[in-house]
Design a protein around this ligand. Structure first.
Ligand SMILES: [Zn+2]
Ligand SMILES: [Zn+2]
Length: 378
């Protein structure tokens, strides 16, 4: 059992410091995870830039995988029911609900509505035992949180994609509902979907769409390299938005790719740029669906014409994170696709604690798809 855990603590927004934290005894329902790597998310960049009102100092890192270093006496299985023991590769669902608020009692199928939700990676270092974020050699997943064992033959690094893939698969499943494809509700087998933004969440949503049997997957982005990677993640068509003068031309170009030139059955906005939301209302065919997942962090206001929302009879759905068992979906999908989709190319900027700033900068500039922090070095 390690006594100490070196951790990258954000003292204040933009101010990172390596601290040596005390590792407490593993509680009966807890697991102690030795962290292999932890991704830097758009929300981490937002935190770094001072856009989040948190209880600093914070221990960041919510997209991580590692191995079980120690487990409490009462822990026999992961959240799926798989037996676990020391040395198993795992990934941890960062969000923990309170189980007591109105939403937990009345809308338990949507746990991200919990009003007292704690999320590893956004908590102050005085929270519970203090050792709880992914930018740390060790982290404790306490008994209230869910964790999942990785399939035996899965590379441990891919486990750090379970979190962003859960954001992506849930967003995709929001487009799937209400679920009568032959009534042309949402997306179904053989149907058409556009994904705005070929960053990690957009790319992963494309893979989900392909695995679910979408007939046409249109990737929309401004960066050529991302669009060519999109084809490896399942896109059947790509649209480079820099080639079009205005919104109307872009929307027209997407529509012309679809059967009947009416537009895709669904669009997923994963770019996180306000104008993409406005375009996203126009992209799907009438009676289609728009899922908004890109604007997790505030990045400005979008123009909306409510008359178009009515005229198009469009379904607009928000997608905030995911319920814990979305990780089961994501790990299964990673396992199915790992030999066909180059998931590891997303990890194109790896850093230890010493050059963490460069990793944040690479994530911020878009140079990295998913910059990663490796507590024990790259
Ligand atoms: Zn994230
Ligand atoms: Zn609650």
């Amino acid at each position: 059992m390690p006594q100490k855990s070196r951790a990258l603590v954000m003292e204040e927004p933009g101010e990172l410091e390596v601290k040596n934290l005390e590792v407490p005894e593993t509680g009966a329902k807890d697991i102690l995870v030795k962290v292999e790597l932890s991704g830097i998310c758009g929300s981490d960049v937002h935190m770094y830039d001072g856009g989040m009102d948190l209880d600093f100092p914070v221990l960041p890192g919510h997209e991580f995988s590692g191995v079980i270093e120690d487990l409490g006496d009462d822990v026999d299985t992961d959240a799926k029911g798989e037996p676990v023991s020391e040395g198993d590769k795992v990934t941890v669902v960062p969000g923990i609900v309170c189980g007591e608020c109105w939403y937990c009692n009345n809308v338990p199928t949507r746990p991200t509505t919990c009003k007292n939700r704690d999320v590893y990676g956004f908590l102050g270092t005085d929270y519970r035992q203090g050792v709880h974020g992914g930018f740390s050699e060790y982290m404790i997943a306490d008994g209230r949180s869910s964790f999942y064992k990785l399939p035996d033959e899965m590379d441990i690094e891919l486990g750090a994609l379970a979190e962003p893939l859960s954001v992506a698969t849930r967003a995709f499943e929001r487009a799937y509902s209400p679920g009568i494809p032959d009534a042309r509700e949402g997306i179904g087998i053989g149907k058409s979907i556009a994904v705005q933004g070929a960053g990690p969440v957009g790319l992963l949503a494309m893979s989900a769409a392909e695995a679910a049997g979408a007939g046409q997957i249109i990737a929309v982005d401004a960066i050529e390299e991302r669009l060519s990677l999109a084809q490896e993640f399942g896109a059947t068509h790509t649209v480079d938005l820099t080639q079009y003068d205005g919104d109307d031309d872009l929307i027209q170009a997407v529509k012309e790719l679809t059967p009947g030139n009416v537009g895709p059955d669904a669009a997923i906005e994963a770019a996180g740029i306000p104008v993409a939301f406005s375009q996203g209302i126009e992209l799907p065919r009438d009676g289609g669906t728009l899922v908004e997942v890109g604007h997790y962090a505030y990045s400005g206001e979008a123009e909306v014409n409510p008359t178009r929302v009515v005229q198009k009879d469009i379904d607009i759905r928000g997608s905030l994170a995911y319920p814990p068992n979305q990780f089961e979906t994501s790990l299964s999908l990673l396992d199915q696709l790992k030999d066909d989709v180059p998931f590891d190319t997303l990890f194109n900027h790896k850093a230890g604690f010493d050059d963490a700033e460069s990793a944040y900068e690479a994530q911020k500039s878009g140079e990295a798809y998913r910059a990663t922090i490796h507590p024990f070095g790259v």
